[in-house]
Design a protein around this ligand. Structure first.
Ligand code: ACO
Length: 328
């Protein structure tokens, strides 16, 4: 029996802080509105030298070190991002170069579900002979949000989280998962231009079609449903119930989505990990930023059942149940 365990982890956020007061001074919005509707107080914003690869590499270097490994021990790098370094080459090439990696690498774009998708892919690759797979969720959302759009600019932040996933013949690690995508809803959360469907042109830039467009209420409704249904399926697949879950770590998009989903699942607030107030929505980085904060401050203990659940553009969704702790 070969299972997939998190054996090292790390996070990185840029130094720059953007508070609700900063936004209040520039946009037609208020601290009270943002806090009540989203739960966000501030977010970290990339400086001129920060990119998705640089933040991801910082998080990944910590993860490799903590796993007691060196870069040459990594057999595969999977980077979850919807804010790639550039359209080509993939972000893993830039990130891997910063770490001195020469193993295979690829990017995976499942938006905010990306880290959970990448974790599941890593577990599958560990079954095929890889010993250590490096999973990185990294985003510079500030580079794709319209600074003049109060509906989206208030929501997003930048950051990265990384995990070394290792195989071991032991009980625990990744126990069950669910991945899904409803492609009938590609229009409710999208960047319309810059791809093969609508290549960048002077006209697309003039329209701001290189920025995120979002139908917030529609995303909200679907997000709650996706998180609840996917989490329930993953728990069922593991033969567990919500009562068994020590920590629920949902994608950090909106406090009201998190609270509603947790309530519907029957998970009380004191078993929910949330740090959206300080980081906003960091897309594929949000789940590792929340999870590893809770691990580092001692909330998540060895043996705990941890339920991860994400949703994002696509609309994608993903959930995974982990038995936290090193293989024994
Ligand atoms: N400040 C003040 N007022 C605002 C702001 C703002 N920043 N933004 C919108 N409003 C106004 C609207 O214009 C509207 O005014 P009107 O009634 O005069 O028309 C009013 O506030 C209500 O707007 P709604 O969009 O109905 O507000 P809602 O309560 O739905 O909250 C929000 C908006 C926070 C975006 C919410 O819908 C949400 O969080 N949705 C989910 C978004 C999400 O999770 N996105 C990320 C997905 S993950 C990924 O893949 C990137």
């Amino acid at each position: 029996m070969s299972n997939a365990f998190v054996t090292g982890w790390g996070t990185a956020v840029p130094d720059g802080v953007l508070t609700n007061a900063d936004l209040e001074a520039r946009l037609d919005t208020t601290d009270a509105w943002i806090l009540e509707r989203t739960g966000i107080r501030e977010r970290r914003i990339a400086g001129p030298g920060d990119t998705s690869a640089s933040l991801g590499a910082t998080a990944a270097a910590s993860a490799i070190k903590q796993a007691g490994l060196t870069p040459s021990d990594i057999d595969l790098l999977v980077v979850a991002t919807s804010t790639p370094e550039q359209l080509m080459p993939h972000t893993g090439a830039f990130l891997g170069e910063r770490l001195g990696l020469r193993c295979g690498s690829f990017d995976l774009n499942s938006a905010c579900s990306g880290f959970v998708y990448a974790t599941v892919v890593a577990a599958a690759m560990l079954q095929t002979g890889c010993r250590h797979v490096l999973v990185v969720g990294t985003e510079t959302m500030s580079r794709i949000t319209d600074p003049d759009d109060r509906a989206t600019h208030i929501l997003f932040g930048d950051g990265a989280g990384a995990a070394v996933m290792s195989s071991a013949d032991a009980h625990g690690g990744l126990l069950a998962w669910d991945l899904g995508c409803d492609g009938s809803a590609t229009d409710i959360l999208q960047i319309p231009a810059g791809g093969s469907r609508l290549p960048t042109s002077a006209a697309t830039v003039a329209r701001g079609d290189h920025y995120i467009k979002m139908q917030g209420q529609e995303v909200f409704k679907r997000a709650v449903r996706a998180v609840v249904d996917s989490s329930a399926l993953t728990l069922e697949r593991a033969g567990c119930t919500a009562a068994d879950v020590a920590w629920f770590v949902p994608h950090q998009a909106n406090t009201r989505i998190i609270d509603t989903a947790a309530t519907r699942l029957g998970i009380e607030a004191d078993r929910v990990v949330a740090n959206i107030d300080r980081f906003g929505n960091t897309s594929a980085a949000s789940i590792p930023l929340a999870l590893f904060e809770a691990v580092d401050d001692g909330r998540v203990a060895d043996g705990d059942l941890v339920l991860l659940a994400g949703f994002g553009a696509g609309m994608t969704w993903a959930s995974a149940l982990l038995r936290w702790g090193a293989p024994e």
